[in-house]
Design a protein. Structure first.
Lengths: 285, 295
């Protein structure tokens, strides 16, 4: 075969691949977005309009769905709870994971190896395998049905992956930086705060965003460990709302949108960091 | 050289709190579950030691076996659906086969931010008699009384859920593969193109062999994640109708928090851990063989 025909075959090849790739990609993206777009515009239609024609765009923006869902579903309260749980748990988890990561990565103690392995094994543990004893433990300690009782498991289950991220990152920081600070007479805790923490800023950003999304969407701990309505988070509240008496689709859609919008906004700003978090878990060393 | 007291104290301050919380909330309860799984106990009574009775009872219960089957189907969809689809999407983006790849990438990854509860309620609505899917099928089949009856089938009730799982999580695998593809030395692929390699040869001979480890890691993720699945199914069907869509985690939840069989519930939750470990060990063995042969 001459070079020319090889080139032509290759070109035809590339065109066929591109065609297939585009069809596949567009189809998959359409499938991903269509239900969400439908959800968003349907949330602006009153119930009878939804039932009459599921496809039709809203004739006018029926904002009342939102105000009523917000009121009936106590979504304001649940949003505040979600913010409290998510922000507190994320802050604590990131802080503890960074400290532990420094200890594991730089102190050279033999026990670090065992503790680190212990945390990594935690990635396999499901929330459900500890629910029963955790529930009993919290009841005995009297912290069931409290915010603390919710935040503790959020933190504990967030730790394994964040410790993995922080330890890997801090291992990559050159020892010389730390040694310079040691010679200047800085204590380890001072080094942690003034050297390690600032250098780890990119890892901290990824950890924070990853942890934030996970905590925001967490369901089972609030669902099982609390019974008071005042302590419900947004996912638990929305679940109750959707299973409740109201058969008004407009209200239901509005509630779902209210629960989704904060995360979509968050995603618009931070999707790069979020991708890093997910990808970091499976980068081959 | 002796380790300074200051260093030890610093280590304790840095590592201690994380270890303490982790031990209290995960390690201690897991050991507790392991022990409680050998007892009959309703949470208030004195636990009665019953040996392996709970595990025997589990495997003789048809509901548990249905749950196990459903769980294994979820594992299968994750390993044989999400991983190949995720890889295909990542490969298309990596080889720049579509324009506007950043847009596609961002959109396909989007569902990861949405709570499983919202996803469940949304798809319930789509599949409902007045939903998007139903109305669409009515137009396609020209039968305006079409309704989705699959939820009433013992065998197939799980299928719509499997579809939603695919919808929700494929983006994660795309992102993981993409990150790893971008670590391949671009020179290798350029050299292959100069040597006249066709696209399928680049895919099969250059790229895929470098992805064996990643496929293994993602398979472990998929297995661990699949056995944990609870939120989505709980909010979609609650395991119903008549346990048709039950998974082990829901079976555990009902037995523990509805029927107060704490001992039995603990045994079920340990079963999830054992299954996870067992399947991951099996996958590891398969990959060792694959590696020995091809790498």
């Amino acid at each position: 075969m001459s070079d020319l025909t090889v080139g032509a075959a290759r070109n035809r090849d590339v065109i066929a691949w591109k065609l297939f790739a585009t069809v596949f990609m567009v189809f998959f993206t359409f499938l991903t977005l269509a239900p969400l777009i439908w959800l968003f515009y349907s949330s602006l239609k009153p119930h009878p309009e939804i039932v009459r024609n599921v496809f039709a765009l809203p004739k006018e923006f029926h904002i009342r769905n939102f105000t009523r869902a917000w009121e009936i579903g106590s979504l304001g309260l649940y949003t505040i709870n979600s913010v409290i749980y998510t922000a507190t748990a994320t802050l604590i988890t990131v802080f503890l994971a960074l400290g532990a990561g420094y200890g594991f990565a730089k102190f050279g103690f033999r026990i670090s190896h065992y503790l680190y392995t212990f945390f990594i094994l935690g990635l396999l543990v499901t929330a459900h395998s500890v629910l029963v004893p955790l529930f009993i433990l919290e009841t005995r300690l009297g912290i069931d049905d409290t915010r603390l009782g919710v935040i503790l498991p959020y933190v504990a289950f967030g730790l394994p992956f964040l410790i993995y991220l922080s330890t890997t990152y801090i291992r990559g920081i050159p020892d010389s930086l730390e040694e310079v600070a040691r010679i200047d007479g800085a204590s380890y805790l001072k080094i942690f705060w003034h050297v390690i923490r600032p250098i780890s800023a990119p890892a901290v950003a990824t950890m924070t965003i990853f942890s934030f999304v996970n905590n925001w969407n967490e369901f089972v701990f609030v669902f099982v460990l609390t019974s008071k309505q005042e302590l419900r988070s947004l996912p638990v509240g929305v679940n109750a709302f959707a299973g409740g008496m109201s058969r008004d689709y407009g209200l239901l859609f509005a509630a779902l949108v209210i629960a989704t919008v904060p995360m979509i906004l968050f995603y618009m700003f931070f999707h790069e960091q979020l991708k890093k978090g997910f990808a970091a878990g499976a980068i081959k060393e | 050289m002796t380790i300074s007291r200051e260093k030890k104290v610093a280590y304790g301050v840095l590592v201690g709190p994380a270890v303490l919380i982790y031990a209290a909330v995960i390690i201690f309860p897991i050991l507790f579950s392991l022990a409680a799984g050998f007892t009959q106990w309703n949470g208030l009574s004195t636990p009665q030691f019953v040996g392996l009775d709970n595990y025997v009872r589990m495997f003789t219960d048809p509901v548990f076996r249905l749950g196990l089957r459903n769980n294994l189907l979820i594992v299968a969809v994750s390993v044989f659906g999400q991983i190949p689809f995720g890889f295909a999407l990542a490969y298309i983006i990596y080889r720049r086969m579509v324009r506007g790849h950043a847009f596609f990438e961002t959109m396909i990854f989007l569902p990861i931010t949405i709570s499983a509860i919202v996803v469940a309620k949304l798809w319930n609505q789509i599949f409902s008699p007045r939903g998007l899917f139903t109305e669409l099928m009515r137009i396609i089949t020209e039968n305006d009384r079409f309704v989705l009856t699959i939820f009433e089938s013992r065998t197939f009730a799980i299928v719509p859920i499997l579809f939603v799982i695919l919808w929700m999580y494929t983006g994660i695998y795309m992102i993981i593969f993409l990150a790893n593809l971008q670590r391949i030395d671009p020179g290798v692929i350029e050299a292959a193109i100069i040597d006249g390699a066709r696209e399928h040869q680049i895919l099969l001979r250059v790229v895929l062999p470098q992805m064996v480890n990643v496929v293994f890691t993602t398979a472990v993720f998929a297995i661990a994640g699949s056995l944990k699945s609870f939120d989505l199914i709980f909010a979609m069907t609650g395991g119903g109708p008549a346990h048709y869509t039950e998974v082990i985690a829901i079976y555990m939840y009902l037995n523990t928090f509805k029927y107060y069989n704490y001992g039995f519930g603990s045994a079920i939750s340990m079963m999830i851990v054992f299954l996870s470990l067992g399947l991951i060990t099996a996958v590891q063995a398969v990959f060792r063989k694959l590696e020995a042969r091809y790498v």
